[in-house]
Design a protein. Sequence first.
Length: 170
Amino acid sequence: MTSNQYNQYYSPTILKEFNCPSYVIEHSKAVMLKATYLALNFKGNVDLDLVKAGAMLHDVGRSQTNGIEHAVIGAKILEDNGFPQEIVKIVERHIGAGITRNEAEIIGLPPRDYLPVTFEEKIVSHADNLIHGTSEVDLDFVIRKWKNKLGSDHPSIPRIIKLHHELTGE
């Protein structure tokens, strides 16, 4: 399903207007393609234009930082510029398979849940997991990456696996 109300937001030109580096723009295009694929193959009801817009804009905060806070900064950039809340939430909740309130406090983000809730949020979050730079990777790669980064017992790893199963049935 598509709404057309978000199609004006998935042009790479928007990222250029926010001074995103070219590698972010290329990554965002790859994430948009993967998110589109996931959305078209998902059994639930998904707004394809919202998925595309959220995927294209998910890393807009990287125009200011490459830290974990890029999601919060990106959401603020979009909110300050009048973007729809549905897109703002995708950007805010796209990291990994989401971050709990407790995890957010530990890593210094504003204390709230950053877990993806809607199918569109989940699809963009996971599409981002499955794209490394501009290359598509598999779930095993993603798990190894997060284990190396966060430790093998980090609670985000089971969330990533659960999200993958929910979206792909694999």
